[in-house]
Design a protein around this ligand. Structure first.
Ligand code: PEP
Ligand code: MG
Length: 755
């Protein structure tokens, strides 16, 4: 069964669009389960009806024509109950409804399973048989599994807008936003351009063939060139390998001549795709056929076909030069986008970035933030190779994107863009005013930085300093650990411009979602693994180099604050401080005048929350890393779009933990600030003000918005709102309450801009 399922899934994945996928499914399911009928009914969200979308066994003319109300028939019942329905005699069931156009009166037994994607009912998968019988447990399990798989394919089909049968009445299927995680705040509207590695055949995007004949000719020229290549190879190796092994080249040549590759690709080009996209589909189809084969030798051939595909692709690219012009308003999309791919796009044409994988800490997200370009990361269902040239809205606040947005969404986002622009203009007036509440309480407002570009914009923003400088970037951007002199130079460039304002340099926080290419760490569960202070304490040679560089950079500046990430036990702080002292002593011995900086820890792990009292006694300052703290407290991966809805910093447990930290640190006179994304959320800032945090550190683009909040709410008012929030169980109620307060204070413009 598993093998069959696997092969159906492979075939479905290689399908051209949803209709094709559905037809494969009904055919293969009917064959596998030996039933007389297999059909798929999908929900048309516009008309709230089920539509027969594909069938094997019923009258094919009924496809697209048979429509049922949501509460109609056995199909409706399966959808209502959201569980399988297994009937020996369907006609005898009170909910049976007969559709003459399907010719289904002959079928007695009925098995239906709902197709559900993330709680949303998409349709119903049905099998039927003439004979009266109850389907066996294995068959039910198979159909349920198939329906679950189908849900993913349909969600994908929605995204690509390939639900052509519904195009008349249900065109809005494609308009549902897709969820990722926020990478860089802001909103953008533009045209997708797919970033892909030229050597990766399966990453090639669809693109309309501008000149079908030219594309076909290019394909044939590439085929011929690859045949020559293979013949050359064969000739070169003729004496070195046995005749058996040599026959492999004949296999290659036969594949290059095979009807399905040549004609199949031509046909796909005639259907409108360019040669590279058509080739990708032909090869995928071939690969899936070989992958399914029982014979392990033949299965291995799938690898050869991939190889052939890559060779033809390379030829096509060589011949065409594959030069794409970058239009104005480009949204760069990709499975993953490297910093260099992003850098190739002229910044004045780039309006947004979207990736299928990666997190808010990926290089490209860090760069996007520095460039002030909205970005959404980790959109798992992103149909990357169907996106070239399509219209995309990127909502970097909520981590959502819209593909081919409808007029309603476009209008709404145009309004938001306008409001965002007006707001930033209005906020400029606050630049030189202090972040002080109407009652005279001063909150330190700091910038989060990581790149040199951040430093320039932070300086211009009028912030009180840097509350979190992520030191990972120079480590990620090199091919080896940077040396002490290199690091000293980098840190000095951060410290010097801000003197006398404080600058918090965080020690290396790699691991988790921040890997180093030259220091691979493979772990089942990297977020609970070797990251942050754990890794650097285990590698004192790396840690000491960094600490020495920080101390040296501080000579003549005096504004250095050193902060340790991912602390989960007090002993780690003792050890880290011990190493810092050693670094200082070594430098003094070497005759370099350095002084001990202010020392702080990040509280971003639940155990640290409950150790605040002890930690506060040992350090000068505490900074709450709300990104990780929320992730660890709620057990929600901060980079997993599937559970993004569960990730909420306004969850009562998160608020309560943060309040605990603030209160427990107070008797020690240790300052507490917040440096996660929460600090830049206007709604959360009110609560943090109410708790009495002394500093907020955020991405530069949020600074003035938060200053506006602080200048508008007295501490008394903020405390009262915090009290009210305590009494609430649901994060969304807390947000509602605080949005109301923002509105009342005349800061309604921030409601959307914050999140
Ligand atoms: C945090 O976890 O809140 C934080 C600021 O650190 P990072 O996002 O770099 O993990
Ligand atoms: Mg963190």
């Amino acid at each position: 069964m598993l093998q069959t399922l696997h092969s159906i899934v492979q075939e479905v994945n290689a399908a051209r669009g949803l209709d094709h996928a559905l037809n494969i499914i009904v055919k293969r399911v009917a064959e596998t389960t030996e039933v007389d009928v297999c059909s798929v009914y999908l929900v048309d969200p516009d008309t709230h009806e089920y539509v027969l979308m594909a069938t094997r066994g019923l009258n094919p003319d009924a496809v697209g024509r048979v429509r049922l109300r949501m509460d109609e028939g056995l199909v409706g019942l399966v959808g209502e109950r959201k569980e399988p329905l297994n009937l020996e005699d369907a006609e005898a069931h009170p909910r049976f409804r007969y559709f003459p156009e399907t010719g289904e009166e002959r079928f007695h037994s009925f098995l239906g399973a709902p197709i559900i994607h993330f709680r949303r009912l998409l349709g119903v998968l049905v099998v039927q048989q003439t004979a009266r019988r109850r389907f066996g447990e294995e068959e039910v399990a198979f159909i349920v599994t198939m329906a679950a798989q189908l849900a993913g394919a349909i969600a994908h089909g929605e995204a690509t807008g390939t639900t052509s049968l519904l195009a008349g009445g249900g065109g809005s299927l494609a308009k549902r936003p897709m969820t990722g995680v926020p990478g860089s705040p802001g909103v953008a509207m533009g045209q997708a351009m797919v970033a892909y590695s030229p050597a990766d055949l399966f990453a090639v995007p669809d693109r309309p063939a501008e000149d079908v004949d030219r594309e076909i000719a290019a394909f044939h020229a590439a085929l011929t060139a690859v045949k020559e290549e293979v013949k050359d190879m064969a000739a070169r190796l003729a004496n070195a390998v046995s005749s058996d092994e040599h026959s492999l080249f004949d296999v290659y040549l036969r594949m290059l001549d095979s009807e399905s590759l040549v004609k199949g690709t031509e046909e796909r080009i005639r259907e409108g795709n360019w040669a590279s996209g058509a080739l990708r589909d032909s090869i995928a189809r071939h690969v899936s056929v070989f992958d399914e084969m029982e014979d392990p030798y033949l299965r291995e051939r799938a690898g050869d076909i991939r190889d052939i595909g890559r060779r033809i692709l390379m030829r096509l690219q060589l011949d065409s030069g594959d030069q794409r012009s970058v239009p104005e308003g480009t949204v760069l999309v990709g499975e993953e986008i490297s910093a260099s791919q992003l850098a190739e796009i002229p910044t004045e044409r780039l309006v947004g970035v979207v990736t299928a994988r990666g997190s808010g800490n990926s290089h490209v997200a860090i760069l996007a933030r520095a460039l002030n370009i909205p970005a959404v990361m980790g959109v798992a269902e992103l149909p990357v190779n169907r996106l070239e040239g399509r219209e995309v809205i990127v909502d970097g606040y909520s981590g959502r994107i819209h593909i081919d947005p409808g007029p309603g969404a476009k209008k709404e986002y145009r309004r938001l863009l306008r409001e965002d622009a007006e707001l930033s203009e209005e906020l400029q007036a606050l630049r030189d005013l202090p972040a002080e509440t109407p009652c005279g309480y001063r909150v330190g407002l700091y910038a989060n930085t990581g790149l040199m570009a951040d430093i320039t914009s932070s300086l211009a923003s009028g912030c009180d300093g840097i509350g979190l400088h992520r030191t990972e970037f120079p480590f990620m951007a090199r091919e080896r650990f940077p040396g002490e002199d290199e690091q000293t130079l980098v840190y000095r460039q951060v410290l010097e411009p801000f003197v006398p304002r404080k600058v918090v340099l965080r020690t290396l926080d790699v691991g988790g979602d921040k890997p180093l290419p030259y220091f691979p760490v493979r772990e089942e569960n990297p977020f609970l693994g070797w990251r942050g202070i754990r890794l650097t304490l285990d590698h004192p040679e790396i840690f000491l180099t960094q600490l020495r560089a920080m101390l040296r950079a501080n000579t003549g500046c005096g504004n250095l604050h050193v902060m340790f990430p991912m602390v989960s036990r007090v002993a780690e702080v003792d050890e880290a401080v011990g190493l810092l002292e050693r670094a200082r002593d070594e430098l003094l011995e070497e005759g370099i005048e350095v002084e001990m900086p202010q020392i702080g820890v990040m509280v971003e792990v639940p155990s640290a929350v409950y150790e605040t009292d002890r930690l506060a006694a040992k350090v000068d300052f505490i900074s709450i890393g709300s990104n990780d703290l929320t992730q660890y407290l709620l057990a929600v991966d901060r980079n997993n779009a599937r559970v993004a809805d569960l990730y909420d910093e306004l969850h009562p447990a998160v608020l309560s933990a943060m309040n605990h930290v603030v209160q427990a640190a107070r008797p020690h006179g240790t300052s507490v600030s917040v440096c996660g994304a929460m600090a830049g959320d206007p709604v959360a800032a009110i609560l943090l003000l109410g708790m009495g945090v002394q500093g907020l550190s955020m991405s530069v683009s949020s600074l003035l918005k938060i200053k506006w909040v602080i200048r508008s709410f007295s501490r008394k008012k903020a405390r009262a709102l915090l009290e009210q929030a305590w009494s609430m169980e649901r994060p969304q109620d807390v947000r509602y309450l605080l949005n109301g307060a923002l509105d009342e204070a005349g800061l309604g413009g921030l409601i959307r801009a914050g999140k």
